[in-house]
Design a binder for this molecule. Sequence first.
Ligand SMILES: *[C@@H]1O[C@H](CO)[C@@H](O)[C@H](O)[C@H]1NC(C)=O
Ligand SMILES: *[C@@H]1O[C@H](CO)[C@@H](O)[C@H](O)[C@H]1NC(C)=O
Ligand SMILES: *[C@@H]1O[C@H](CO)[C@@H](O)[C@H](O)[C@H]1NC(C)=O
Ligand SMILES: *[C@@H]1O[C@H](CO)[C@@H](O)[C@H](O)[C@H]1NC(C)=O
Ligand SMILES: *[C@@H]1O[C@H](CO)[C@@H](O)[C@H](O)[C@H]1NC(C)=O
Ligand SMILES: *[C@@H]1O[C@H](CO)[C@@H](O)[C@H](O)[C@H]1NC(C)=O
Ligand SMILES: *[C@@H]1O[C@H](CO)[C@@H](O)[C@H](O)[C@H]1NC(C)=O
Ligand SMILES: *[C@@H]1O[C@H](CO)[C@@H](O)[C@H](O)[C@H]1NC(C)=O
Length: 905
Amino acid sequence: MVLITRVLGLLGLALAHALPLQSKLSQKSALGLVEIQHGSYFVEFHSEPATPACEEEHAQFIKQIRVAGINVHMRNSFRRLFNGVAIDLLNGSQLQRLAALPTVKRTWPMQMRSRSTAIPSSNVLPNLMFAHKHTGVDKTHKELGLDGTGVKVGVIDTGVDYLHPDLGGCWKTPGCPFQFGSDFVGDGYDSGTTPYPHPGPYPRDTCDGHGTHVAGIIAAKGDKVKGVAPGVTLGVYRIFGCPGNGTGQAADDVILKAMEAAHSDHMDVINMSFGGGSGWSEDPLSVAAARLVRDGIVMVASAGNDGANGLYTSGSPGLGVGVINVASFENWMTTSLSIDLIGRYSNMSIVHSSPGNSKHRFVFELPVPVVAPTDSAGSNEGCTSYNSRFDGQIVLLKRGNCTFVEKAAHAQDAGAAGVMVYNYDSELMSPSSASANLTIPLVIIKAEDGQAIIDELKNGSVTASATNHTMSVANPLGGQVSHFSSWGPDPELQLSPAVGAPGGNIFSTFPLALGGYTSLSGTSMASPYVAGMAALILQSRAKKVSTDEVRQLILESAHPIADKNSTGLLSPLRQGSGLADIWDAVSALAIIEPPQLSLNYTVAGDVRDSVRVLTLHNSSPTNFLACTMTHIAASSVSSYMTNGSFAATPRIWPESPQTHASRDTLPNAYIDNSTLPIRVAPGASQEISVHITAPTGLRESDRWFYSGYLQFNLLWDDEVGTARSLHIPYMGYLGNYTQLDVLSAPDEGFPYISVKGSTDTLGDDAHVTINGTHRVAVHYRLEHPTRLLKIQLVDDANVTQGYLPRGYLEYMGRNYQSSRGHYSNSTINGTLYKDTDLTKATDLENGMYRVRIDALRPLRDPQDPEGYQIWHSSRFIIDSVSLDKNMTASKLNDDKDIGDKVFQP
Ligand SMILES: *[C@@H]1O[C@H](CO)[C@@H](O)[C@H](O)[C@H]1NC(C)=O
Ligand SMILES: *[C@@H]1O[C@H](CO)[C@@H](O)[C@H](O)[C@H]1NC(C)=O
Ligand SMILES: *[C@@H]1O[C@H](CO)[C@@H](O)[C@H](O)[C@H]1NC(C)=O
Ligand SMILES: *[C@@H]1O[C@H](CO)[C@@H](O)[C@H](O)[C@H]1NC(C)=O
Ligand SMILES: *[C@@H]1O[C@H](CO)[C@@H](O)[C@H](O)[C@H]1NC(C)=O
Ligand SMILES: *[C@@H]1O[C@H](CO)[C@@H](O)[C@H](O)[C@H]1NC(C)=O
Ligand SMILES: *[C@@H]1O[C@H](CO)[C@@H](O)[C@H](O)[C@H]1NC(C)=O
Ligand SMILES: *[C@@H]1O[C@H](CO)[C@@H](O)[C@H](O)[C@H]1NC(C)=O
């Protein structure tokens, strides 16, 4: 989903520069497919960062590696947000010895991140302003005059084209919005292919555009784009290089350096529109982000663009404690290039979208006849050749059955001058039709427009003309959560995402060299929207407000939306607290703690009633506050279908807007009458006990997350403030969460073992030979993230013989289920380890073995042997082992099998 776009030409037609397939795949779902910088590690020391002991440990570590003769390349060292170093190991087999050094608490494989942009779209006119009408930004600018003046916002991204006139056109001169920041990487940096940064003198974004787009959403002050907080002071911390032929990623140590710099520059707010990583709040970047929150910086991050893969797709660092991770909502209007049609009885103008990757624009200055022919198979999909010719005409086709390239090729062969493909629905998706052989343009139009043309053709002829004119039309998906936006919760049952903001179809600034403006979609665009809102809150309260309060104000004043596919509200696992509303946030005179409730799991037979104590604070200096509560159920969601199989698109309950759901299948909530009535004096607080009852009528075996919203209706004894209600979402799991399986069900084909290079399962008592090239691979798929995964060889009596290389893995993300290719593996290569640090290597001997996988179930104690899901392979016989003594880290890492998209060192 990460396409890097550049804008070519005057019109800002987005040209999607598609990455090679492999790297696109791996970036797309950096969560399930954790991307590792091979041979690089974070080494964490024992004491807390920013303590005196920390300095001492750095000195000790250097001595210890010297004495131990471990060869490392020191990448970076950290003392403020993380206590430790980032290193490259020159000899992979030394990792184990390094991990055993006394200063070392643990090592973390170095992950890589990608920009969280989903889809470039072809919109070319200002439409950020449309969004501002729906989020209170317009009103807050106009009526309160807030613009973020005096607030410092850090943007950790691809840099910013600060010479763009809408962004100030200056760098660090007096009065310039850009006063902080630097380049940490240089143009050529790409952690996948060119892993060592060579920082340039300035963090100017001339070649990518992501950070310039993000900065525009926060702070642009032009006629075409006006950001949420155009008065802020900006810090630009560049962590991504130019898009090249690589993966376009940044390694976590570089990002951590940028976070430390933003910290020492005293940023008030930091935006992180990138994602990937393990999806755990324990991940080093999540922990560092949480430390920044604790130090008083409002941290805002994109939730991720992996919504298509279902639950547990919210990524780190957004999962850090107190970080605001932001889901994407669709913009209400989109602006696109138009086509003018003239028929016998009616004329119309319609919008279209064109491929980012085509050189051929749909421009017909003079009207051209439109035809809607059937192909030689009698279909109007144009998937076979035509029997007649349409020289110089535009062919109208239906989407489906074959690729856009094939459709265009058949039309081109029949002499057509252009192709319009009408979609299944009203979406203007961006077609992909790059082919060296095509010389005619192809565009997508809406289903209803295609039908209208066909109807008009029955009356006679229709002609079409198209220039570079644009039209704004309502987005039928406006105000809905974007389909790409990631789902929560986190693996430890914490509610995620935090809140939503416009991120789908957002028009903003782009580097001047790339056209100056473009539209992009992604949670990357939603995150800066909320960062801008945080700046407005800080300004409105003269910065006398804690990071927790800023988060509470944004979350509680958001408006949750309905679930179009169900009854009630959309699950907070998708929309968090709802669509953020800055007007309600800045004018709020009441706050409730905590802003979201992650309930525990609830099992049958237990009381299904959780009591939570909330604190309502009245910050009005003059008025009494009374309050009532309305409970609104949201849809329940599950990753499991009725037959128990796992599916990427969560199942919902109630299953449609028409479903009549009996009361016992919905959660309920009420205030404990011991805390009623609620009446809070000016400046005072009151505790409110709320009972939340899990549904009793849903089956535990269906593994539901139930959820809802507590709506607190505020009644001031004299009208003050305009925020009339606050929303607190809650989420809980129905069943015993600690018994959930981690490994996918056997009928999905995993786990299995095979001879390396083959996907055929090794048969019972198969004979195998292990040598430099011939190995056995263990394939497994994680349906649920796991804190600890152990892969061992056991003998015929189920006695442990040792761990495999990559046989002891912590904080693993889920594997996505969308194709067979998504799974992880480990290899039997002749070396086994006797201990969990993988320090004591032994040689594998001939004999009868099985592979055993122990996967720690959610929330279980790693020390508890009962806490694991255990799988045994069939038995196999190793007849001979000849070790490859020169196994290096990179060779070990290259040792991946067909379809392997995830592996950790
Ligand atoms: C549209 O195209 C015409 C010529 O084809 C050009 O003169 C004009 O500047 C373009 N308009 C915009 C907004 O780019
Ligand atoms: C990308 O690859 C192409 C062809 O392999 C090469 O010509 C080009 O120089 C490369 N670009 C970069 C930025 O590495
Ligand atoms: C789909 O396209 C194929 C050629 O790609 C054609 O043979 C077939 O008839 C088409 N099916 C329909 C239903 O149009
Ligand atoms: C382009 O046309 C040539 C010759 O007809 C054909 O061999 C080739 O596969 C085509 N390439 C694409 C990308 O369609
Ligand atoms: C509703 O269901 C349809 C069909 O399954 C799906 O495409 C769409 O994304 C769903 N909408 C929401 C808001 O989940
Ligand atoms: C969740 O519930 C279980 C079982 O009732 C309990 O052991 C555990 O401590 C609870 N966890 C939290 C965070 O309350
Ligand atoms: C509390 O409320 C319940 C039901 O709403 C009611 O039956 C009960 O009598 C109330 N108790 C007190 C002490 O008011
Ligand atoms: C959940 O399952 C675990 C493991 O079987 C068990 O120890 C625990 O008591 C169960 N929790 C409840 C609330 O039943």
